[in-house]
Design a protein around this ligand. Structure first.
Ligand SMILES: Cc1cc2nc3c(=O)[nH]c(=O)nc-3n(C[C@H](O)[C@H](O)[C@H](O)COP(=O)(O)OP(=O)(O)OC[C@H]3O[C@@H](n4cnc5c(N)ncnc54)[C@H](O)[C@@H]3O)c2cc1C
Length: 487
């Protein structure tokens, strides 16, 4: 039985572990933090469970790709989720003209919800939505189809800039900004982010979103238990600090407490820039490969506040709310030296038995890594000021919002960097660049034959993208289409 060692027990590492354990391989997952999960991890503060990096998730609707993957693993019935209602999946507020837009999910309903405000754009909206579905249709993996396509055989629109793609179909300037509102869920940049990224995230929204009820940590534990039930090990508090090589192969890894682990295959679920620093032999990986991994820009980071709300004071919101300062600012929502926050999203995470009132809220405001002061007194003040600004913005939408708040906890890009070990606290790993798609795409295979990559820096990010990449990673060991043919 081949042995596989996975560095990092985040979403990608756990999915790879679960798939390979089900296929009969001997899996060991090593996670640096005290709890497994990475972006799935939740923490408890003020007696409430808060999720760190998984607020809305796609691909779980009837027939959805991730639902099918969970069906193959046989764990769909163990997943605690709540579907976001279709009539108001997202609520947008633009401070510039104090206008709200209610966005529905479902193809026709999505168009209708926007055409209500922009009747003359109805036909454009239909063409725009169809164009996005066409782009997603080009992605075989998204549809769990065996692939023959490479990066060069896509349509021209696939790799045009997302903002240019939107402008090609939508005439009204304001509507162009409105349909780009999902930007905080992929870290988009004008002239850079490829249209297929925007289309994938938008299509996931239009197909219908879900939220984890009771915390996404439960899902991480379900995957961890699955690996153990299938003969594997999942070890938290095991930070890999050294990777040993001989010739062109990895021979083992050592953790912070000097424990050695060996395997036939090694899978890295950590940021590639962290991975390359773990090699004992600095020449184990070619210099050009390391430089390339270091030079790829990362997506923006975020400042987060976690609020405990006073009992029965604020209603439970089944949709995600988006605050945008201005229409024009949507593509530079995290840009440095701008009045901040330029935009953010807020949500009230559901309990397993959710009542009429919310017990907590999470607010996530995109921001750039270089705007964070170093840790110290200035940092503490800065965090407080920023949290205060966000509450002031909330009061533009919900007057007296501060009165509902019973406790505030904050997290900054430094928290995200240290917690996940991701470069510059990037929310979604590497940023894809439509001008250089080949260089910003990192393949699963590496220059070391028994080392494979997985996770959000490879391919797509998020709850849908990372498990799909895990299929690719596992098939690099099991054989092409081995898993796809079973889904
Ligand atoms: C604030 C925030 C909000 C987000 N919201 C959403 C959302 O609503 N919906 C969505 O789909 N996506 C969201 N995302 C993105 C999503 O969380 C990520 O795409 C996903 O979790 C990435 O999974 P991964 O396996 O690549 O990395 P991770 O989940 O980060 O896993 C990497 C793991 O490796 C561990 N590790 C690092 N170094 C070592 C080492 N040396 N040894 C052992 N272990 C190590 C880390 O501790 C971590 O557990 C959000 C991200 C952030 C930051």
């Amino acid at each position: 039985m081949a042995k596989v060692l996975i560095i990092g027990g985040g979403l990608g590492g756990l999915f790879c572990g679960a798939i390979l354990a089900k296929e009969g391989l001997k899996v060991t997952v090593l996670e640096k933090n005290a709890a497994i999960g990475g972006g799935l991890q939740s923490f408890t503060r003020f007696g409430e469970v808060f999720d760190t990096g998984m607020h809305v998730v796609g691909g779980l609707q009837e027939g959805g790709n991730i639902r099918r993957l969970l069906g193959y693993l046989g764990i769909w019935d163990k997943v605690h989720i709540q579907a976001v209602p279709a009539d108001c999946a997202d609520l947008l507020y633009f401070a510039e003209d104090r206008h709200y837009y209610q966005i529905a999910s479902g193809k026709e309903q999505f168009v209708a919800s926007l055409a209500q405000e922009f009747p003359s754009e109805r036909d454009n909206l239909v063409r725009y939505v169809d164009a996005m579905y066409r782009l997603v249709e080009e992605m075989d993996l998204f549809h769990l189809r065996s692939s023959t396509r490479d990066i060069f055989s896509h349509s021209e629109e696939f790799s045009m800039a997302a903002d240019a793609f939107i402008a090609k179909y939508i005439s009204d300037e304001r509507l162009r900004s409105i349909v780009a509102y999902v930007n905080p869920l992929y870290g988009g940049r004008a002239g850079t982010t490829p249209a297929y990224i925007h289309a994938t995230i938008s299509v996931l929204h239009i197909n219908g979103l879900c939220r984890f009820a009771g915390g996404s940590q439960l899902f991480a534990e379900t995957l961890g238990d699955f690996i153990k039930e299938h003969g594997g090990e999942v070890l938290a508090s095991h930070e890999v600090q050294h990777i040993h090589t001989e010739g062109r192969n990895i021979t083992g890894v050592t953790t912070q407490d000097s424990k050695c682990f060996t395997a036939d295959y090694y899978i890295s679920d950590i940021h590639p820039c962290s991975l390359i620093n773990l090699f004992d032999d600095p020449k184990a990986l070619p210099k050009a490969y390391k430089t390339r991994l270091e030079d790829i820009p990362n997506t923006y980071s975020a400042f987060l506040i976690y609020l405990k709300l006073k009992p029965e004071s604020f209603p439970y919101l089944s949709h995600t709310g988006y605050y945008m300062q201005s229409y024009e600012g949507i593509w530079n929502i995290a840009e440095a030296n701008q009045p901040c926050p330029r935009g953010f999203l807020y949500m009230t995470p559901p309990e397993i038995q959710q009542g009429k009132y919310a017990r907590k809220m999470i607010i996530a405001a995109p921001m750039n890594w270089q705007d964070v002061p170093p840790r110290g007194k200035e940092y503490a003040n800065w965090k407080q000021e920023r949290a205060d600004l966000l509450l002031t913005r909330m009061e533009e939408m919900y007057p007296d919002f501060r009165e509902y708040v019973d406790g505030i906890n904050t997290a900054s890009p430094l928290t995200i960097r240290d917690y996940y070990g991701t470069k510059h606290g990037a929310m979604f790993g590497y940023a894809k660049d439509c001008k250089n798609l080949v260089l910003s795409q990192v393949p699963v295979a590496t220059k070391i034959p028994n080392l494979l990559l997985t996770g959000q820096c490879v391919n797509l990010h998020g709850f849908c993208g990372v498990p799909l990449t895990a299929i690719n990673t596992c098939e690099a060991i099991l054989g092409r289409n081995h898993i796809i043919s079973k889904l």
